[in-house]
Structure formats: C-alpha cells, structure tokens
Design a protein around this ligand. Structure first.
Ligand code: BTN
Length: 257
C-alpha cells in the first residue's frame, strides 16, 4: 500500500497537493484525462498502487503489479509550443532523483530512462487539443521502484531502483522528490530557451550525440550517427542517405563512438 499521508508530509512543492490515490485503476493516464476534462488544475496527480491496463508507448502494456512501483499521472496545461519540453522534463526529473541514490541513469531517446542499459522508467504523454488550442497534457510516468521480479519477456530489458541498489526504497519519497524536480524544471518553461535546456539532456544521455543507432519507425529502419536534437525535440541522425530527423520511433541499437 502507498501511504498518502507520508507522501504529503514529504512533499515540499505545489505539484501533488491535489492527489487522487487508488488501490487499483485501469490506467492513471485514463483517469487523469477524465479529471483534466472536468477542469482539474495544473499539478493534480493521480497515483495507483496497481494498474490493470497500464498503457505504454506504441500500444504496449506497462507492467503494473501492486505494492512495489510508482504509476502516476500529472495534469499540466502548457501552451502547444511548450509541449516538446514535457517528455524531456519528466525524464530529467527522474534522472535527478536517481542520481541522488547514487545510480547512473541514461536518457534513451525519446524518453526512456535506463540504468545499465535496462529500463527503469517509462513516460507516456497524452494531450488534448480543441480547435487547435491545447487543453491539457497528462504526463504518465511508470517508475520501477521496488520490483524484484519481471515477467519473462522483460527480464533482460527491465530493472528497478531496488534491484540496482540492493535495498528497497520509499515510493512516497521518490514521488515527492520527482514532483519537486519536475516542478522546478516546469517553472522555467516560459523563460528557458531550447538551447539552454538541451545541454543537461545531452549530459545525461549517451544516445543523443555521437552514437551509432538504428531507428525503427513504421516498419522502416535507418542507421546512422546521432547529432543531437533539433529545435522541435526531434532526433537528428546522419545516415548514409543524408540527414534525417525523427519525431517518433524507437532506437534499436547503439554503439558509442
Ligand atoms: C513506455 O512505454 O515507456 C511508457 C510507459 C508509461 C507507463 C505509465 S504508468 C503510469 C501511467 N499510466 C499509464 O497507463 N501509463 C503511464
């Protein structure tokens, strides 16, 4: 069980002051979307102790067993042109938290957080536009905190904070710390330029620049060397067919130069 009162004691920022907690939900993103449509404000957070239909990117499921990990969704109301920051801010906030535990996280484009090349956190952003005006964004985040077992198909590719540290950690503390770091980044969304924002991303990613990758998108694949992000958040790859920019897709392999 997740202890809401303990989280509220540990929370120091504004995000999460309105928290909706459930022992079980289909998906926190789904519920947060409903709350946002009904008018819930920025910083509202939905947390579930387990999810029956946890959603991952590309229509995949997110492994969401009870009592061990964090499944959360944060409601934000950014301008459309600020959207590109959100997945990277969420990943950076997780990375800052993991670093304080002595881990060495790596941002894998577009927004996976890995430790020792295994996924420890996934981020799914869902947005609603009406007549070309951004209504809200739901930032969904699954952090493998204390999972010690993963299903067979994830065993080679997933890890957890406890799995890496060798001891269990408080989900309430991780959530409070994550929301504070996210809030600190989000507060600057109006004043930070993309050029000022990108260096911290690149410092925390072995994939974004100078990395040999294969990018898979809609059944096609390209190989080349990464050259950083463009001003829309797309991954620039120098391929043998020229420079390509990807705004979605999956990096399949990587060899550092
Ligand atoms: C990915 O595929 O990497 C993204 C996974 C996102 C999972 C989180 S768990 C909380 C929130 N609710 C969902 O249904 N999905 C996101």
């Amino acid at each position: 069980m997740f202890h809401v009162a303990e989280f509220q004691q540990k929370r120091t920022g504004r995000f999460g002051s309105e928290l909706h907690y459930f022992e079980e939900l289909e998906s926190t993103n789904l519920f947060a979307g409903q709350l946002a449509r009904e008018g819930s404000g920025e910083g509202t957070v939905v947390v579930a102790n387990s999810q029956t239909q946890g959603r991952g990117r590309s229509g995949k499921f997110w492994f969401s067993p009870p009592d061990v990990n964090l499944y959360l969704s944060l409601i934000l109301r950014p301008h459309a042109q600020q959207l590109k920051y959100l997945p990277f801010m969420a990943a950076l906030a997780v990375i800052r938290v993991l670093r304080t535990y002595g881990l060495k996280p790596d941002l894998k484009w577009p927004n996976d957080v890995l430790v020792k090349e295994k996924k420890i956190c996934g981020i799914l952003i869902q947005t609603a536009m009406e007549e070309n005006v951004m209504q809200f964004a739901v930032v969904g985040c699954g952090i493998n905190v204390n999972s010690s077992h993963f299903p067979q198909e994830l065993q080679r590719t997933a890890t957890s904070i406890a799995g890496e540290l060798g001891y269990t950690v408080s989900r309430e503390s991780i959530l409070a710390f994550f929301l504070l770091e996210f809030e600190r980044l989000y507060e600057k969304i109006d004043t930070t330029s993309w050029e000022e924002f990108c260096p911290e991303l690149e410092r925390n990613s072995s994939y974004l620049r100078g990395c040999e990758v294969r990018v898979e998108q809609n059944g096609q694949s390209w190989e080349g060397e990464t050259m950083g992000l463009d001003s829309y958040g797309g991954l620039v790859v120098e391929t043998n067919k020229g420079r390509q920019v990807f705004y979605a897709g999956e990096i399949q392999s990587c060899r550092r130069r």
